[in-house]
Design a protein around this ligand. Structure first.
Ligand SMILES: [Fe+2]
Length: 312
């Protein structure tokens, strides 16, 4: 039994030397940001989370992640087990926080009691025609141009020093379930997609993905759910026209099944737009997959690492 079971990922934190430049990028990426009284740039999406992405001024880097707990009681239990205090969370939405460091030294903020914000209205999903079902008749598709509509943060991917050690640390504290374990060779796991244990309630295929990368521990990427496929493609065009750096996409993953599009922020941190991902319950079990499936696509360009391997 884990100490608590988290409900979702809440936010990711970065440091960057130029908050105005980060704000410009985030706007083009589809987040709305403003600098708080504490000097931190907080960015929200269209959903109810007060912020999804926070940047403090400093040399560029990844600065930690937030996980959403069900209750302050859960935070008390976590704090008790860890021998730390439950503190007030001085960030948009307030609430309480337990601050921990994972085995690689990353800041992990477990939150509860954060006040939600009013969600922003989404454009209604376009009715689609397919060759087997003509649902849209006598109306045209007319999409506005602009950034994607980021709704929520979906997952973070962390490169870790020792997969089994870091996996155990997160699972023991937060009740995560393996969706797909990645094996470099049969019986030799190097990473796993982990989902929240929400019982019978379907939840994202992965909220956290831990990968023992040859590059050593570090930040891999953070992934933000956008409104739908049209919205993702609209955002792709917008970022491309703005001269931003594309990293991988557009494609459809095998593991998690989502349509993805990866971009780099001005300092090279990778952020993903995604939509139409798998949702599983606790009873849906765990799978084992290969590195090829991890980097493979159902359609779209292969991962740049695969292309480099093929090129020799
Ligand atoms: Fe991702």
């Amino acid at each position: 039994m884990s100490i608590i079971k988290i409900a979702d990922i809440a936010h990711v934190r970065f440091t960057a030397p130029d908050l105005a430049e980060m704000a410009n990028f985030l706007e083009e990426f589809g987040l709305r940001s403003e600098v708080g009284d504490d000097g931190v740039l907080y960015a929200r999406g269209a959903g109810t989370a007060p912020f999804l992405h926070a940047t403090s001024e400093g040399p560029s880097g990844f600065a930690g992640l937030g996980l959403r707990a069900d209750s302050v009681d859960d935070l008390e239990r976590l704090a008790g087990a860890e021998g730390v205090a439950v503190e007030d969370f001085a960030a948009p939405g307030g609430g309480k926080v337990v601050r921990l460091r994972d085995p690689d030294g990353r800041l992990v903020e477990a939150l509860a009691g954060q006040a939600p914000v009013e969600p922003l209205a989404l454009e209604p999903d376009a009715v689609r025609n397919t060759a087997s079902s003509y649902e849209r008749k006598r109306t045209a598709v007319r999409l506005s141009s602009g950034p994607s509509t980021v709704v929520r943060l979906g997952h973070a991917v962390l490169n870790v020093s020792d997969f089994r050690v870091v996996e155990a640390w997160y699972k023991e504290r937060f009740g995560l379930i393996t969706s797909d374990e990645i094996e470099a060779a049969p019986g030799f796991a190097i990473g796993a997609f982990l989902r929240c244990d929400r019982g019978d309630t379907p939840t994202d295929h992965h909220t956290l993905f831990l990968l023992q990368a040859p590059t050593g521990p570090g930040f891999n990427h953070a992934a933000f759910e956008v409104a739908n496929v049209d919205d993702l493609m609209r955002g792709h065009t917008h970022l491309k026209n703005a001269g931003r750096k594309a990293a991988w996409g557009v494609g459809r993953h095998i593991l998690g099944s989502q349509v993805f599009d990866y971009w780099k922020d001005p300092w090279g941190h990778e952020l993903e737009h995604w939509t139409d991902g798998d949702l599983f319950t606790a009873a849906d079990g765990s799978g084992k997959s290969t590195f090829q499936e991890l980097l493979g696509v159902q359609w779209g360009p292969p991962h740049p690492m695969m292309t480099a391997q093929e090129a020799g």
